[in-house]
Design a protein around this ligand. Sequence first.
Ligand SMILES: Cc1ncc(COP(=O)(O)O)c(C=O)c1O
Length: 283
Amino acid sequence: MIYLNGEFMPIEQARIPVLDRGFIFGDGVYEVVPVYSRHPFRLAEHLRRLQDSLNSIKLVNPHDDPTWMRLIQHLVELNEPEDQSLYIQITRGPAKRDHAFPKQITPTVFLMSNPLTTPPQQQVSEGVPAITAVDNRWLRCDIKAIALLPNVLLRQLAVDAGCAETILIRENEFMTEGAASNIFVVKKGILLAPPKDNLMLPGITYDVVLELAAANNIPHEVRRIAASEVFVADELLLTSSTKEVLAITRLDGKPVGTGKPGAMFARLHKLYQDFKLNVMRTS
Ligand SMILES: Cc1ncc(COP(=O)(O)O)c(C=O)c1O
């Protein structure tokens, strides 16, 4: 079951007008919320980021947080799996095609649930390969915009190379994030994270990992990470709501560090899993 503009229905029955600005311009924003044992994880934080994205594209939030929470909880109940990946999309709605905002808008609100597929055990224990590519996206990567063509093309580069992710390098100088994930670098026991600025998506999982590092006395620094540091990293970690925390063990065909998931990965992966279970138990 999905939710579209006030109604819950099977996805086969969902229809939107072809002039929806989401379809014509990619004029909209989205969120992906992982749901564990029917509990949305970090929902307040996802809704806050959704609000930030809406503010950035000057679209009024169609619902307040309690309404979002009710809609989301109901959709979770209507779907079978205990663990779900909940997708929220809001567009500026249908209008005669013109770049400028229409005077009157009716936003399109769409929610769907898919089974949550977290990485298979083999990827967790062995890590995944990645490639690097030039970050050729725009300068508002902090907005979770549905217009994802650059990310789509960059992610496909990884798939074509038999890899799991593309790590993005801006201006030949510094690392921003992955095509669909945030990236951490580990060097000499220190966890390095790029700063949350306009060049990366402020990941919810990224925040959790940094909170866990701070709470567990894991040395960490948030600062710009030079491309050269990525290539000599002891470990590389990838984070996202659906991939959680994964080790990148090969980069551009060469081993990262020992070529096996390292001590920092093992520690943060365990902390993340424990944290998740704890949150679920107490929510
Ligand atoms: C470009 C990009 N960066 C980072 C992330 C990770 O964000 P989160 O941890 O909130 O899923 C995503 C998630 O899909 C993404 O698409």
